[in-house]
Write a protein that binds this ligand. Structure first.
Ligand code: SF4
Length: 327
């Protein structure tokens, strides 16, 4: 039996190269070795969204990106969180075994409450319980996470331990599948690449759009003129060359340090590398986008397969919690 991997991502619409390097590429690899469940967590998104008007389009765009990148719905279960309503049932049950004190101490709750003081909703404080429900509903063995997300997974593991202690052995304790990808800096060189900072390059961007975006990127701040020698180790463009121009990265480093290449040409090289690497992805995405029904069929099929697992789990949970009358 292969182990089961679960990962959820918020429906943020078109994905960018930071999403690809930090998560999607890994999703594609994992499905060769594990039974993977990949979920677009739309209910989670409601905790911070001011408007839901773009939610459906964002789900569609994100699914296109996942599929075009190589997530294979024949190998993995790909679905939308709210299409399997059992997750909200488990969320309610787990809420009864999770002490409020645990949730109020979570740093991300405090941070989000600070960021949206006008909307400190119940879902925000219950976020880790819903996350635990996502993971536990599918009896997950492994969760791909970066080091910084380990405390979130630990909360799920605590809820698992508490549930198993109170009602008997029911859930495996999910383990972290550490993915130590370096953080991808945004083009402004100041924050992690993200749509909210508009410092990103969409995977689906055209080659011309990619070049235009890269032209705006911050480079080595000490390199003011073409003849100044550069410091590639502090240049974000150089860090992206490591992903998209692997075979030329040493040469670029040497040339930058010797002022043999200017930043304008270096950026063009990066744009070429990204456009080359994403050419197949972009062709597949265009083809997939022509048939939206096919995309919705994939999500519907994924929800059906996920629900089959979820129903079994809910039946077991309700039985153990005494909610079902024994014959
Ligand atoms: Fe960065 Fe390239 Fe300019 Fe060097 S030449 S500072 S690596 S953009």
């Amino acid at each position: 039996m292969k182990q089961r991997v679960f990962s959820g991502a918020r429906p943020t619409g078109r994905q960018h190269i930071g999403n690809y390097i930090g998560a999607i590429e890994n999703y594609v690899k994992l499905q060769e070795k594990y039974n993977c469940v990949y979920c677009i967590v739309d209910i989670h998104a409601l905790t911070t969204l001011e408007s839901t008007s773009e939610l459906q389009q964002n789900i569609f765009e994100m699914t296109l990106d996942w599929l075009a990148a190589g997530i294979d719905p024949k190998k993995s279960i790909v679905f939308v969180q709210s299409h399997v309503p059992e997750v909200t049932e488990l969320f309610t049950f787990l809420g009864m075994v999770t002490p409020l004190g645990w949730l109020l101490r979570v740093p991300t709750f405090k941070e989000k409450a600070r960021m949206q003081p006008q909307n400190v909703n119940y879902g925000l404080v219950g976020y880790p319980v819903l996350m635990a429900a996502d993971i536990m509903l599918y009896k997950t063995d492994l969760v791909p996470v970066g080091e910084d997300q380990l405390p979130h997974l630990e909360m799920t593991r605590e809820i698992v331990r508490r549930f198993n202690f109170l009602f008997g052995d029911t859930f495996p304790e999910p383990k972290a599948k550490l993915t130590n990808y370096p953080m991808v800096l945004g083009l402004n060189g100041a924050q992690k690449m993200g749509k909210s900072y508009n410092n990103h390059i969409e995977l689906a961007a055209t080659p011309a759009e990619t070049l235009e975006k890269i032209k705006t990127a911050v480079t080595d701040p000490a390199r003011q003129r073409r003849n100044d020698k550069g410091h590639p180790d502090v240049c974000n463009i150089f860090s992206l060359h490591k992903f998209f121009n692997v075979d030329r990265v040493q040469e670029i480093e040497v040339e930058c340090k010797a002022a043999g290449i200017g930043c304008v040409d270096c950026k063009k090289l990066l744009a070429d590398g990204i456009n080359r690497a994403l050419h197949g992805f972009r062709e597949r995405r265009i083809a997939l986008a022509k048939d939206p029904d096919h995309i919705y069929d994939i999500l519907s099929d994924g929800a059906g397969r996920a629900q089959a697992i979820a129903k079994e789990t809910i039946m077991e949970v309700k039985t153990k919690m005494g909610l079902i009358r024994h014959a």
